[in-house]
Design a protein around this ligand. Structure first.
Ligand SMILES: [Zn+2]
Ligand SMILES: [Zn+2]
Length: 180
């Protein structure tokens, strides 16, 4: 987890530094039921230091495998997260790592800032609660469980024809008789 910890004094005052970061979901204790992280989380983190305050902007992404809520197939999707937070020093050890959400300020004590929690939170909110493999996913047949993305099952034929369909069929029959 050390690569998510940065020494404030390593950042020149008044300057912007960009670091590439790579970490595993397990490094962040990012474990979500039925979500499989298939690639490390990677991206860039930009730091701007103004005396003891550090402005952090980050953009990260990873690939996950989840189950489609409609057709229950496992599929791959990209998670992209972005966050901005301002790190402010405090002498109160109880405030270490505490995030004031209204201000967008996280407090740190000592010489280091640690962005583990920021990445964790940013990723967490991007995980879909109701993942869908494709916008037009047809899901499963409620009767036989057949995956309708792979074509129709026979259930709708067994169910009998809907009245509208019967009318249409009758019309078609008549047209055929006329032309034939
Ligand atoms: Zn689906
Ligand atoms: Zn069916």
């Amino acid at each position: 987890m050390n690569n998510l910890q940065f020494k404030v004094r390593d950042i020149e005052n008044g300057e912007t530094v960009i670091h590439q970061v790579v970490c595993n979901a397990t490094d962040l204790s990012l474990e979500v039921e039925e979500v499989n992280f298939i690639h490390p989380i990677s991206g860039w983190v930009k730091f701007f230091r103004q005396n003891a305050q550090v402005y952090v902007t980050a953009q990260l992404s990873t690939e996950i495998e989840v189950e489609c809520s409609r057709c229950l197939q496992i599929f791959e999707t990209t998670l992209k997260a972005r966050f901005e937070v301002q790190y402010r020093p405090t002498s109160d050890p109880e405030q270490e790592g505490w995030l004031d959400e209204d201000l967008g300020v996280r407090y740190y004590t000592g010489e280091y800032i640690n962005i583990t929690e920021d990445i964790y939170q940013a990723m967490m909110v991007e995980i879909p609660l109701w993942p869908i493999c494709l916008e037009e996913c047809k899901g499963l047949c409620q009767r036989c469980g057949h995956n309708l993305n792979l074509g129709n099952c026979n259930c709708h034929q067994l169910e009998g024809k809907s009245p509208q369909f019967a009318v249409l069929e009758e019309l078609l029959k008549q047209t055929k008789q006329v032309t034939g």
